[in-house]
Design a protein around this ligand. Structure first.
Ligand code: PXG
Length: 287
């Protein structure tokens, strides 16, 4: 059975869920999105995702025509229509249909699209074995060009990075910023554990402020692990005892190799696995 898709208040069968070729979301990547998870019928960290979506919209001067609470209702309605308890919710807001030309004022009707589906970024085996990642030559967007805080429909920066990692036969791409400091991976935030401390790049490194990242920082603090946001070089990563990536779809995935260097003993680390366990408990309980 096909999926039911929400577009602007309507629930449509997936084959009828269509957007105009004149939508500036397609023509210019002019729009924003969120990826949200529902576990056992409950939407995880919904408020944080809505806040980030509306902040992204504000940053690109896009007025979302419905309120956050109406958006929350729309998501629930879409989940109900698909009768899905565990899903990956892809929320997209485009600039809408307009004449050719960059000017967003040519568009008047932002399109709100909600897809509830599943996503598997990494296989189950990789969670047990750990991921092999590589530093890529594509640097993360500079915040003065396109701030990585904005979850925009312009994902080519990340896709170019991902292509490099695929060509290298690696599981994910590690992106540095223009100063050579570690920013994040193509689609996940990065953490290392060393000397009893969990370290992750600060927002000023130019990253998407991941919601999973925030949850993991909180969980670590709760279990008595010191957490610091600190600028790091790739050499700092090579010397880590443990490394993992975080994201809504990926949750927490261990990293065991970076640029051919073995991290720790080459197996997913204890702190990583503890945090993954805690994270999974939290997603089951609701947040
Ligand atoms: N950094 C980037 C660049 C991301 O795109 C994260 C970090 C993790 O953020 P959250 O808030 O999820 O902890 C992301 C996550 C998709 C998709 O198709 C979305 C992401 C990554 C991969 C695929 O919806 N965003």
């Amino acid at each position: 059975m096909g999926l039911k898709i929400y577009i602007n208040g309507q629930i449509l069968p997936e084959e009828d869920a269509k957007i105009s070729v004149f939508d500036h979301g397609l023509l210019y990547g002019d729009g924003i999105f969120e990826g949200i998870r529902a576990y056992n019928g409950k939407i995880f960290t919904l408020q944080q995702h809505l806040d980030r979506l509306y902040d992204s919209a504000n940053a690109i001067s896009l007025k979302i025509p419905i309120t956050k609470s109406e958006m929350a209702d729309a998501i629930k309605k879409t989940m109900d229509a698909n009768n899905m308890k565990d899903s990956y919710i892809r929320l997209v807001v485009t600039r809408g249909v307009g004449k050719l030309g960059l000017d967003p004022n040519k568009c008047s009707n932002p399109q709100i699209i909600i897809i509830t589906d599943t996503i598997e970024l990494y296989s189950k085996a990789l969670y047990e074995r750990g991921l092999d990642i590589v530093t890529v030559t594509t640097i993360r967007n500079h915040f003065s060009a396109l701030d990585p805080k904005i979850k925009s429909l312009n994902y080519l920066n990340n896709i170019l990075a991902k292509i490099e990692s695929i060509h290298a036969g690696a599981g994910e791409a590690l992106m540095l910023n223009k100063d050579g400091y570690v920013a994040e991976c193509a689609g996940d935030n990065i953490f290392i554990f060393k000397n009893d401390t969990l370290l992750t790049p600060p927002p000023s490194a130019g990253i998407l402020i991941g919601i999973t990242r925030n949850v993991v920082m909180k969980l670590a603090t709760q279990i008595g692990i010191q957490v610091k946001e600190e600028l790091m070089t790739k050499c700092d990563l090579y010397a880590a005892e443990e490394c993992f990536l975080t994201g809504t779809a990926a949750e927490i995935i261990p990293v065991v190799k970076i640029d051919g260097r073995i991290i720790g003993d080459g197996k997913p680390g204890k702190v990583t696995l503890d945090l993954l366990k805690k994270y999974r408990e939290l997603t089951m309980k609701g947040f």
